[in-house]
Design a protein around this ligand. Structure first.
Ligand code: KG4
Ligand code: ZN
Length: 360
């Protein structure tokens, strides 16, 4: 069964074709990073407009790369939740229109859940050239989902049957990477630029706090971000009334790298501590990480060191937003759930993962 996935929930417009949930046939991602860089973050109206401009060419390219036409496609999977409303609308309305016009079943996909399915793609056509895992994760599967909008630990008993163990009580970890990058003067998106600067820095230079929370698997990253801000103010010798956007200019290259490394170490340790606790308590058969922050090498290193299972990681290109993960989940969804009505599918911009288990 061949599924064409469509993703447009934030600042990437993407289309991909995946066969039987595991074989990547084509993968096209058009990122808007260069557009949003000048504003230091995603501007929703600009994002939506940009999706409209490129969505049809991106879908055409995914079909062309696969050497296929609509006759070869058995289902369309589209991100309908959660994300920016205007952005979600572009993908969802496009998918609805194609589903109607071409008479192809339409599957509504939850973006955060789909991030996990990057780990299920284990083979590919010659054109995609990614470093894929060799086997699919086994159930029960513990997933650490870490992106710009989410930080959560989810225990999957099977496809579509999962339990949310814990989540962030404030900022997502990717958001913390992005905000800390701004404080110390590194470019957007903060994750990759902090990771790069951290390679040149001393992770033990600054001691930063880890939040203590009631929920054993819950996270909090807002305090860590503020702790970095206070430590920077202290280091450069200004008081808290000094405008925080001017702080970065007072940091030396070495201080900037040391802050990046110290922040990354603490944020990653926090994630790994909680994942390790969930691992001990629930004895999953596999552990996966998903979402943009899963591209972080330090997270991969620390997790592999702590968890006594051989963890295979999805390639970086499938950790950040893409449509291959949407198409993969679309296949597993289609095995157990009915397609959506293409005349009626509505976006759900703030749907959390707790309410979307679709198969029991
Ligand atoms: O999953 P994603 O592409 O979009 C959302 O669904 O949010 O995640 C984007 C987030 C951003 O916050 C970005 O800074 C972070 O993932 N990110 C990273 C890395 N690459 C991207 N964070 C840490 N290290 C990285 N290498
Ligand atoms: Zn995402």
């Amino acid at each position: 069964m061949r599924i064409l996935g469509i993703e447009s929930s934030c600042d990437e417009t993407a289309a991909a074709i995946v066969e039987n949930g595991t074989h990547l046939v084509s993968n096209v991602v058009r990122t808007q990073i260069d557009i949003h860089k000048q504003y230091g973050g995603v501007v929703p109206e600009v994002a939506a407009r940009s999706h409209i401009e490129v969505i049809n060419p991106v879908i055409d390219e995914a079909l062309k790369q696969a050497n296929m036409t609509w006759k070869d496609i058995d289902g369309i999977a589209v991100t309908y939740a959660p994300g920016l409303s205007g952005s979600l609308l572009v993908g969802t309305l496009t998918a609805r229109t194609i589903a109607l016009r071409q008479n192809i079943p339409l599957y509504p996909i939850h973006h955060v859940e789909a991030h996990v399915y990057a780990n299920f793609i284990t083979s590919q056509a010659d054109t995609t050239q990614l470093q894929l895992p060799s086997t699919q994760p086994k159930f029960p599967m513990l997933a650490l989902i870490v992106s710009g909008g989410h930080s959560q630990l989810v225990l999957f008993k099977n496809h579509g049957d999962y339990e949310l163990l814990g989540q962030t009580q404030d900022d997502a970890v990717g958001e913390a990477f992005d905000k800390v990058a701004k404080i110390i003067g590194l470019p957007y998106p903060g994750g990759p630029s902090i990771a790069e600067a951290a390679l040149k820095g001393n992770p033990n230079k600054y001691t930063l706090p880890k939040a203590r929370l009631q929920g054993a698997y819950d996270f909090s990253f807002s305090g860590l971000k503020t702790a970095v801000l206070r430590a920077v103010q202290h280091e450069v010798g200004v008081d808290t009334s000094f405008p925080s956007f001017k702080l970065a200019a007072l940091l030396s290259e070495t201080q900037r790298n040391d802050f990046a490394a110290s922040f990354q170490k603490t944020a990653v340790e926090t994630l790994v501590d909680k994942a390790y606790k969930a691992f001990l308590d629930h004895s999953p058969a596999s552990v996966v990480i998903a979402g943009g922050v899963a591209a972080n090498s330090e997270l991969r290193r620390q997790l592999s060191e702590r968890i006594p299972l051989a963890i295979e990681y999805a390639p970086m290109q499938l950790c950040t937003d893409n449509a291959a993960m949407i198409a993969s989940l679309g296949y597993f969804y289609a095995q157990k759930a009915a397609p959506a009505d293409p005349l009626a599918l509505e976006i759900q911009p703030s749907l959390s993962m707790t309410k979307t288990a679709w198969a029991k």
